[in-house]
Design a protein around this ligand. Structure first.
Ligand code: ATP
Length: 238
């Protein structure tokens, strides 16, 4: 189910995939997210940028239903999102956290059988063919991230949310993963990624948001942010 946006955002004519409305999160006395308003249209690739501790993981966790906001609401497909993460997953939102959501003792094949693959995962990542019977716990970090992304994308998840996509991975692997996510977004999947490699992610993203101390301080087309790259990075690091 989709709904028209209620904002005057340039993408307002496009169906909403997921949205945060006035979302705040507090851990005890510490406010970690403050009144976040964010609408992510269907098929958009959104990069989430910000310094350590800015609230990026918390924002993704709120989207996924893993952290409950102290105020505000989350919408999925234009409707109130179900509270629990597993219900959001069933509604098409997959979250890949920094543990990459792997089951180390399962083989790659068994990992894929956990979900209803509508597409052959090895077509998305032919690299997995040679690893198909290997236990996921024995794979490299990059291969594990391919398993995680292949599982989400082959199941035709409509929204893929990835935290620290390329943490610890070589640039060539990072670019491979970003490229596959770009292809997925162009094919209709909504992609939301936290990624430290600012230039690499802004090169493939449609839009970027910059978080600073729990607030969105910038939200623009990725190409604009990339043109303004040094100022953007300084704005969240200062
Ligand atoms: P990083 O890039 O370092 O992962 P981040 O932008 O993802 O940072 P978050 O992990 O969302 O930031 O954390 C935002 C703030 O909330 C930080 O100050 C962090 O210490 C704090 N925080 C996160 N989780 C908790 C928690 N469960 N209890 C208390 N404080 C928390």
């Amino acid at each position: 189910m989709t709904a028209e946006l209620e904002t005057d955002h340039p993408a307002a004519a496009i169906a909403e995939a997921v949205a945060l409305k006035g979302v705040s999160v507090a851990y005890g006395a510490a406010t970690v997210l403050s009144e976040i308003d964010l609408v992510v249209p269907k098929s958009q690739f959104l990069a989430v940028l910000g310094a350590n501790g800015a609230g990026k993981t918390t924002l993704l966790s709120v989207l996924a239903g893993l952290v409950r906001p102290s105020a505000g609401a989350v919408r999925l497909g234009g409707e109130a999102a179900p509270r629990e993460a597993h219900r959001r997953y069933r509604r098409g939102l997959a979250f890949i956290g920094d543990d990459r959501q792997i089951f180390p003792k399962l083989t790659v094949e068994q990992s894929m059988r956990l979900v209803d693959c509508r597409e052959e995962p090895r077509e998305l990542f032919p690299e997995l063919e040679l690893l198909w019977q290997r236990r996921v716990g024995l794979l490299s970090g990059g291969e594990q991230q391919m398993v995680a992304l292949a599982r989400a994308l082959a199941a035709h998840t409509s929204i893929v949310v990835v935290d620290e996509l390329s943490q610890g991975l070589a640039p060539i692997i990072r670019d491979r993963l970003l490229g596959q996510l770009r292809t997925a977004a162009s094919g209709g999947t909504t992609v939301i990624v936290v990624e430290q490699a600012v230039d690499a992610v802004l090169t493939v993203a449609d839009e970027g948001v910059v978080l600073r101390q729990g607030r969105i301080i910038d939200h623009r087309p990725a190409a604009d942010l990339l043109n303004d790259r040094d100022r953007v990075v300084a704005s969240f690091l200062e």
